[in-house]
Write a protein that binds this ligand. Structure first.
Ligand code: SF4
Length: 249
C-alpha cells in the first residue's frame, strides 16, 4: 500500500470516527491498567461487567492490594484465566505501592516489569492513558495490517514497527483504536465485510468478500440453469438424447 493510499485510509477512518476510544471502561490510568491485564483472552464486554462490580469497591493499587487474591477472585471469576490474573493484579499492585507511590508509571520499562504486563499492554496504557505515540498490536490489528497491505509482517513486533513507520504521523495517536475497531467490526477474521468496508478500494486483500445478495443471485442463476437443463432433457425424445449422457439432477 503506497503513501497516498495510507493517508487516504486514515483520513476516512478519522472522518467516520473522529475520536475513537477503547471499549474498556475506565476512569484512571490505574483502572485502565487493571482492565487491560484482565482483558487478555477475554472480551471487553466481559471485563467491563467484572470491573463495574470491582472498581466501586476498590480502584487504587492500595485498595486492591488490601482485597488480596482471595478478595478479588469473586469479582473476576467470569473472566478466562481468572486465577492467574488475580495473582498478577495483586502482585502488580504490590509493586506499584512499593516502587511507584501507588501510581501507574508512564514508562515502558517500568510497565513491562509489572506481572501480567507485556509489550502490548504497556503500549495500550502508554497510548490511551498517557497519550504517547505507541502501537499495541493485537490479533485484530495484526490481521488488518497484513490483509490491507498497510504493514505486512510475520510477527507482532514486525507489524508494530512497520505501523509506527507507515501510519502518517498526524494519525498515529488514534491509529491503534481505528485499526482495532475496524478489525473487530468490519474486517472480521472468518468473513470480512468487504462490501461494507470504507477502505475497500484501498485495500490489497485478494480474497475480498462479495455482497450477500450477489452471492444469492449467483445461487439463483445456478438453480435456474439446472432447471432449464432438466426441462430441455425432458422435452427431448429419448431416441434423440445423446448416448451415455447423464441425467441432470
Ligand atoms: S476490504 Fe475487506 S479485507 Fe480489506 S480491509 Fe475491508 S473488510 Fe478487510
Amino acid at each position: 500500500m503506497n503513501q497516498v493510499k495510507r493517508a487516504e485510509m486514515f483520513r476516512r477512518f478519522k472522518e467516520a470516527n473522529p475520536n475513537p476510544e477503547t471499549e474498556l471502561n475506565y476512569s484512571s490510568p490505574f483502572e485502565l491498567l487493571i482492565a487491560v491485564i484482565l482483558s487478555a483472552q477475554a472480551t471487553d464486554v466481559g471485563v467491563n461487567k467484572a470491573t463495574a462490580e470491582l472498581f466501586p469497591v476498590a480502584n487504587t493499587a492500595a485498595e486492591l492490594l488490601e482485597l488480596g487474591v482471595e478478595g478479588i477472585t469473586p469479582y473476576i471469576r467470569t473472566i478466562g484465566l481468572f486465577n492467574a490474573k488475580a495473582r498478577n493484579v495483586i502482585a502488580t499492585c504490590r509493586i506499584l505501592c512499593e516502587q511507584h507511590d501507588g501510581e501507574v508509571p508512564a514508562d515502558r520499562e517500568a510497565l513491562e516489569a509489572l506481572p501480567g504486563v507485556g509489550r502490548k499492554t504497556a503500549n495500550v496504557v502508554l497510548n490511551t492513558a498517557f497519550g504517547e505515540l505507541a502501537m499495541a498490536v493485537d490479533t485484530h490489528i495484526f490481521r488488518v495490517s497484513n490483509r490491507t497491505g498497510l504493514a505486512p509482517g510475520k510477527t507482532v513486533l514486525e507489524v508494530e514497527r512497520k505501523l509506527m513507520r507507515m501510519v502518517p504521523r498526524e494519525y498515529l495517536l488514534d491509529a491503534h483504536h481505528w485499526l482495532l475497531l475496524h478489525g473487530r467490526y468490519v474486517c472480521l477474521a472468518r468473513k470480512p465485510k468487504c462490501p461494507d468496508c470504507l477502505i475497500r478500494d484501498l485495500c490489497d486483500y485478494r480474497s475480498k468478500t462479495e455482497n450477500e445478495t450477489q452471492g444469492e443471485q449467483t445461487d439463483t442463476r445456478k438453480v435456474r440453469r439446472k432447471r432449464e437443463a432438466i426441462k430441455e432433457q425432458e422435452d427431448t425424445p429419448v431416441s434423440k438424447r445423446a448416448p451415455g449422457k447423464r441425467q441432470v439432477r
